[in-house]
Design a protein around this ligand. Structure first.
Ligand SMILES: Cc1ncc(COP(=O)(O)O)c(C=O)c1O
Length: 448
């Protein structure tokens, strides 16, 4: 073994525990210390194995330690690694071409970025350039677009609802008033009529009114996740998204799709195509680089892009290794029909969860599109009071049983099942069996 790796791997669990304080985190606490992974599984330094239904920040579509990505990256790194923004490489051209081919027609320019928040900010800059005099953006309740100073101001983190995620309050004093939030069509928690169409109409009407009467000057853009992930796994209806397009056209502002989490995970490359909406800008990140850090924006023809005078400059915005990995990942997704797997396994787990809901009224709602799955826990299915304790108990028991689940929203009563997209039927059964056992055990433990 390489001598540096040897030194790393010889750190004992006791030493690792002592080193904890040297590593500062920006959120949460230190979790499990992992040693290795393969596919959907991870192993910790004590040898315990886990099924990973978080894909580590939803970023590992092909699972852990994918051998083909490794070989391609290894071969490429013998030639090149990091390149400055103005240096070119064929991988950048090839990835730009591939993404524009997959995206809705007429989105033919790609800017690569270092991460999600920075891609969102780049999209915002493009919108401001194209809507002269604009000072505002519209974002949605329960939306999440990052935690940089600007994108955090667009996200649920900076609202009073943030619950246990109040950390963003530390920065409220210098946050700008760029973002104005509008209601999201969250059908399960809509307290209007029983007709979901009314909810869509209401949300669109408020958005229209807000642009007309609640902003000082023009709005640069509406920024939206087609499926609100971090805010609670809330799929937004097609008619609503199409309605946003019409509003943007009416008011001359840009529609920005934040597709960081929907890219491929909803069973299509782009939500824009699935929901038949043509946004002006699409933002990508997370799993785009097959686990290597990278992000991107695609902009539609006719928009003014960035010029040569230093509008958007980042040292690591042109990493040829991540670009090669992104292309290899797309080759594998296509070759192995992985999007089909996303739909098949997602629907299968969705159906099993719906069946489980019949047994356990603590499961208030199951929301599933592809392998984007959220399970909302409530104290009573009629009152829909969020049950944080039940959700967290299920999560802890599942972890003990070797299943890593995510959690969502300021209420934190939504658990997420978002495994790597390569998950097999057998692995789905394992996930579902552990989840079912954890729900039953939580029900017994809490006596409800
Ligand atoms: C939908 C969405 N947009 C933007 C971001 C921000 O990306 P990053 O954490 O890479 O800055 C995230 C991260 O969770 C996200 O889920």
């Amino acid at each position: 073994m390489d001598s540096t790796l040897e030194k790393i791997y010889s750190i004992t669990p006791e030493q690792a525990a002592q080193y904890n304080d040297m590593v500062m985190l920006g959120s949460g606490g230190h979790g499990i210390c992992f040693e290795k992974g393969k596919g959907v599984r991870l192993w910790d330094i004590n040898g315990k194995s886990y099924l990973d239904c978080t894909s580590q920040g939803w970023a590992m579509y092909l699972g852990h330690a994918n051998e083909e990505i490794r070989q391609t990256v290894y071969e490429h790194m013998g030639n090149l690694g990091h390149l400055n923004q103005n240096s070119d490489h064929l991988a950048r051209y090839a990835l730009a071409k591939r993404l524009t081919e997959l995206a809705p027609e007429g989105m033919n320019r790609v800017l690569f970025a270092i991460g999600g928040s920075s891609a969102i900010e780049a999209a915002m800059k493009i919108a401001v350039k194209n809507v002269p005099g604009a000072r505002h953006f519209i974002s949605l309740q329960d939306g999440y677009h990052g935690s940089s100073l600007t994108t955090g101001a667009a996200s649920w983190l900076s609202t009073k609802s943030a619950g246990m995620f109040t950390g963003f309050n530390s920065f409220l004093s210098i946050l700008n008033d760029v973002f104005i939030r509008v209601p999201n069509p969250f059908m399960y928690r809509w307290d209007g009529s029983d007709n979901p169409e009314d909810c869509i109409d209401f949300c669109l009407k408020v958005t229209r009114d807000t642009i007309l009467r609640s902003t000082s000057g023009p709005v640069a853009g509406i920024i939206v996740e087609p499926l609100q992930a971090s805010g609670g796994q809330i799929p937004l209806p097609k008619r609503y998204l199409q309605g946003l397009r019409k509003i943007c056209d009416a008011f001359g502002c840009l529609l920005i799709f934040d597709e960081l989490q929907t890219y491929c995970r909803i069973g299509e490359y782009f939500a824009a195509n699935k929901y038949e909406v043509k946004p002006d800008i699409i933002c990508l990140g997370k799993a785009l680089g097959a686990g290597l850090p990278m992000a991107a924006i695609l902009i539609r023809d006719g928009l003014e892009g960035f010029g040569p005078l230093g509008e958007e400059v980042h040292t690591f915005a042109n990493n040829s290794i991540a670009q090669v990995a992104a292309l290899k990942q797309l080759d594998i997704i296509e070759r192995d029909n992985i999007l089909e797997n996303v739909n098949t396994q997602g629907d299968y787990m969705g159906a099993r969860l719906k069946a489980l809901q019949q047994q356990f009224p603590q499961i208030g709602d199951v929301r599933q599109v592809g392998l984007h799955i959220g399970i909302e826990f409530v104290t009573n299915p009629l009152t829909k009071e969020p049950d944080l304790e039940f959700a967290q108990t299920v999560k802890a028991i599942a972890l003990h049983m070797g299943l890593i689940l995510g959690e969502a929203g300021y209420r934190m009563n939504v658990l997420k099942i978002k495994p790597p997209l390569i998950i097999t039927r057998e692995e789905c059964d394992e996930v579902m069996n552990i989840f079912t056992a954890a729900v039953a055990a939580a029900s017994q433990k809490l006596g409800r």
